[in-house]
Every structure is written in C-alpha cells, then in structure tokens.
Ligand binder design. Structure first.
Ligand code: CA
Ligand code: CA
Length: 415
C-alpha cells in the first residue's frame, strides 16, 4: 500500500531529499487509520506585491508533521490538482516560493589592515568576554548564505562535523537524506561540497567565529563551530524553499544559532512557521534588517519584519555609533543595532575584505548569542534574546531597544 502510492508520486515529483521520506511516513499513518486533527490547509493566492519576487512553478509545502518540502516544475493548477487537493488533510500551508537575496553591499578586498579595522569588536567590548574565557565553545552556528570558503585558514579549523556521516563514500550513512554531508550542504546545487563564489557567506562566517591570531580579523565567538549551508547562486540569490530546508537541516544538526543575512521576499508564511517551530528546539534566529534605508514597517521584507519570539532583527551601526545610511530601521520590528559599516572579515581565496551592510551587523549578534549560550548552555532562546536586548548601550537608534550591542553587559544580564 505504501509502496504503491509512494512510487508514482516519487517519480512524478521533483521533490528535494526530505520529501520522499515525508510522503511515505504520511501514507503509513493513514494506512493505520489515524486521522490528523482538523486544521484547514491553506494555499493562498500569490498577492500582487509578491508576484515580482515569486519563483515560477515552485511551491513550498509545510506538512502537519512539521516537515517542509518543495515541489518544482509544476504550474499552479497542476500543483493544486495533484498535490494540494489530494493531500490537504496532511498539509498545513502551501505557498508559492519566493526569491531572496543577500543584502547588497560593495566589497573592498583589503591588502593592508589597520587597528581601525577592529572597531566593531572594540565597540561591542568583545575582548572583555574573551578575557573571561567565554569563547562560544560547544555551540554550533549555522550560516545560511552564499556558502563559505571552508579552506580559509581562519575558518577551516572551525567547522562542525557530522560525525555520523562517512565522507566521500557516496552513501548517506546517517540516512538524513543528504549524501556525504560532513561539513554542511549546498542546497542550491544539491551537493556536499560547500564553497562560496559570492564571498558574502565567507565574510559573515568570519565575523561570527574566525580563529584569532593570524590576521587582524577576530571572530566574536572563536570557540564556536560553523555549519555552512549554501542556498544562493554566485549572484547572491536564493529562494525561500531552499532556505527552509537549510533551516530545518541546521536544527537537525544541533545548531543553536542561525544567521540569516538575507531577505527581500515580501511574503512567506511557511518561513515564519518554520522559524517559530524551532524555539522549542532551543534555536535562536538572527536576521539582518535589510539595506534599503527604510522603515521596515512601511516597506516590510522578510525574514527581517517577522515578529517571532526566537528571532532577533539587527540594524547596522557605524563606528561613530550612528545608524548606517543604508540600514533599515523600525521602532517595532528592528530590535537592536550592531556594527555593520566597513567591517573587515574573511574572504574567499585566503583573503580579507571590508564590507558594509546589515549582513555584517547580524553576525555580530549571532556571535554574541553563541557566547551567551556557551556561558549558560541551559538558557532558553527567550532568555538569550532578553539578555542581548536588555543590555544594549543606549543610543538613538530606531529599534525596540534604541541601542547597540554590548557583549559583556549581555553576559552579565544573563547571570
Ligand atoms: Ca547524510
Ligand atoms: Ca557518506
């Protein structure tokens, strides 16, 4: 019964890895005669303001068991008739997939460095935490981005290892749906080799946890482990469907912090549900506010503008503690500011680069969250979030806290 139903589905659909497993599980349930609780499945029409960023013929489905799948290559009508209607008892949400992008910034590759390059670490007093021996040990941070150059000298020793997977044997040893996923996964290319053709993810990862001692770059949480998850192409564009698969993968691999330095999709219910569902698994989601220089309440983009209790949205501040001109802001939707202008960090090809953007501000907070979690492993995402927000250096920023990240004060606030 399971096999008969699953086979034609598996062959008809262009599902990603998790999906076949999901369908078999669901069919197994109904074969046992169990009825799902009544919760009406919805598949909203794509709103006019979401049309420009919609991925053609791609749909994201969140099933009632919490898993998400992505179907590609079907028209809306085909999707509705072949998937949504037949399986709507098992579906929570379905919606059209959306493009997102890495917040655009200009990159300046640095050949020389100066003491000013560490202004963000100085401003947030990161060294005070390091001096107390708080380095982020035991915490895995997922960087869901354009990939990471995992051969960079300041990053290659920082990688999380999927111990249940034997590398390069062509076998999915831990049966999680991903073959040879030892150091992360490339959801854009569906392969285990994570690299970074855009440079963005490598820079973000370095801000969070670059090893100290070999250059001017000092990661905020150098004891934390990096889970690099690539869902963008070389132009820094990805889609929500792959981002959701990456978010679930991160949680399954034990990541406690997820950094999301991207956005732009004006619509996605599935994404917000996926993030909120991770609070019970101890995961904190850090989102960049976006680089349009606008009030997020007037021009919302997501995930930045979600109101979710295990999410923190971060704006970018300058070395003089002003709001960076490009940074989005909002007294209701942005929580705090962090350094995000002329930030030196790791760059592909054993280089360093200075980048500006809220993409650079979010990883300061992601690194700080990893420090707080390592100092107090039992703290819930809500406690970590409160500690980070209650302890800001007061300022005139358009954010719920009005302030800018201060790492040792956040540590004190947690105690
Ligand atoms: Ca695997
Ligand atoms: Ca393997």
């Amino acid at each position: 019964m399971e096999v008969d139903l699953a086979k034609p589905l598996a062959s008809k659909f262009n599902f990603l890895a998790y999906t076949t497993i999901t369908l078999i599980g669901l069919l197994g349930l109904s074969a046992c005669g169990e009825k799902a609780k009544v919760e009406t499945a919805t598949f909203p029409k794509t709103k006019a303001e979401c049309a420009a960023t919609a991925v053609p013929d791609s749909y994201v489905v969140q099933w009632k068991d919490g898993t998400v799948s992505v179907t590609r290559g079907w028209t809306r009508e085909e999707f509705e008739n072949e998937i949504f209607e037949p399986y709507k008892d098992d579906i929570r949400w379905a919606e059209q997939d959306q493009f997102v992008r890495a917040a655009p910034t200009s990159a300046q590759v640095s050949t020389q460095t100066s003491p000013d390059d560490s202004w963000g670490q100085l401003k947030t007093s990161a060294a005070t935490a390091w001096g107390r021996g708080v380095l982020g040990e035991g915490i895995t941070v997922a960087v869901i981005d354009s990939g990471v150059d995992i051969t960079h000298p300041q990053l290659r020793g920082q990688l999380a290892v999927n111990a249940n997977e034997i590398p390069a044997n062509g076998i999915d040893d831990d049966e999680n749906g991903y073959i040879d996923d030892v150091h992360g996964w490339d959801f854009d290319e569906d392969q285990p080799v994570v690299s970074d053709s855009a440079g963005h993810g490598t820079h973000v990862a370095g801000i969070i946890l670059a090893q100290h001692g070999t250059s001017a770059v000092q990661g905020i949480a150098p004891g934390a482990k990096l889970l690099p998850l690539d869902f963008m192409n070389a132009e820094g564009q990805g889609n929500i469907g792959d981002a959701i698969l990456a978010i679930q993968y991160a949680a399954d691999q034990g990541a406690r912090v997820i950094n999301a330095s991207w956005g732009g999709a004006p619509c996605s219910q599935t994404l917000s549900r996926t993030i909120a569902d991770l609070e019970s698994r101890g995961v904190l989601f850090i989102a960049a506010a976006g680089n349009s220089g606008v009030d997020l309440e007037q021009l919302p983009e997501y995930p930045a503008a979600f109101v979710i209790s295990n999410q923190i949205t971060v704006g970018a501040s300058t070395a003089r503690d002003y709001t960076a001109g490009f940074s989005n802001y909002s007294y209701r939707l942005v929580h705090l500011f962090a350094p995000g202008a002329s930030i030196l960090s790791t760059y592909p090809g054993n280089r360093l680069a200075s980048l500006s953007g809220t993409s650079m501000a979010a990883p300061f907070v992601a690194g700080a969250a990893a420090l707080l979690m390592s100092a107090n492993p039992g703290a819930s995402p809500a406690q970590i979030r409160s500690a980070l927000l209650d302890s800001v250096d007061p300022g005139a920023f358009a954010a719920t806290t009005r302030g800018r990240l201060n790492i040792p004060r956040a540590l004190d606030s947690l105690r």
